[in-house]
Design a protein around this ligand. Structure first.
Ligand code: MG
Length: 264
């Protein structure tokens, strides 16, 4: 028994529709339409959870590259940090190669421009509180704002306030959190805005963040004008721990221009 003509026609029509909707090969992919969310919006979809594996160590601190400015090697904070921007020593508890938050936030004595920043942190193993009250701290980088530190392992909160978020603005691309008590790593590339002679921003500042080796922000742009920054670690009332903190200044390998493109 042959198929009914209406059914065959229907199939043809469907085929034509599929062909018509297929993008042409040389056309760039269209961006999906973006929805606007308010800051700290609980209705915003949650980033996908991704087990970060072990591209970065969790069992022992990493070792800094030879050209890094070491800000904390597990022994003392007083050389490179002050308490809450004042001319006072940090009060954080130092033991077993880490510093635990106590008595206010701390910030670096040095200022940084274009840089690669490495910070290892751990939220308390004993889970207390929820949402923003669980293992909250943060890494402040001047005009880039706060890279949120939070226990975001099975702990729901607004997505632009979870671990790895650029607080109040951008949720992380994925949730690459480890369990509470386990050591986690931020690797951050921060590039200051560039300005012309008249002070107009010609290239926005941008920031890239990897959480436990997993990309969570890629060259996110900041259009406002700002300069070098101190790095601050937030005291949000939770005993979060930090270790192995260092910064590399970004530079170019030479001042030359790239070679001309080869003719095909
Ligand atoms: Mg915070």
């Amino acid at each position: 028994m042959s198929p009914r003509p209406v059914f065959v026609l229907g199939l043809f029509a469907l085929g034509a529709l599929v062909i018509a909707q297929e993008p042409k090969k040389d056309e760039p992919k269209k961006e999906p339409e973006k929805k606007q969310y308010k800051s700290n919006d609980m209705s915003r979809p949650r980033p996908k959870v991704v087990d970060p594996g072990t591209t970065t160590p969790s069992d022992q601190p990493g070792k800094p590259p030879a050209d890094a400015v070491v800000l904390f090697d597990g022994t003392s904070l007083k050389e490179e940090w002050t308490r809450g921007g004042k001319d006072a020593e940090p009060q954080w508890k130092i033991e077993n190669g880490y510093a635990e938050i106590k008595g206010g936030g701390i910030n670096t004595k040095k200022r940084f421009g274009d840089s690669q920043i490495h910070i290892e942190w751990a939220t308390p193993k004993e889970v207390k509180g929820n949402s923003q009250g669980r293992g909250n701290s943060g890494v402040y980088l001047g005009g880039f704002g706060e890279v949120q530190v939070l226990d975001s392992f099975n702990n729901d909160t607004y997505p632009d306030g979870q671990a790895g978020a650029l607080y109040g603005r951008f949720p992380p691309l994925v949730n690459a959190s480890r369990k509470p008590g386990e050591w986690q790593v931020y690797d951050i590339v921060a590039e200051l805005p560039k300005t012309d002679a008249a002070g107009k921003v010609t290239r926005p500042g941008r920031i890239t963040v990897l959480h436990n080796g997993v990309l969570v922000h890629h060259a996110v742009e900041f259009n406002n004008k700002f300069g070098e920054f101190t790095i601050s670690l937030q005291d949000h009332g939770n005993p979060v721990r930090y270790r192995n903190i260092w910064v590399r200044k970004l530079g170019q390998y030479d001042d030359g221009t790239p070679p001309p493109e080869k003719k095909k």
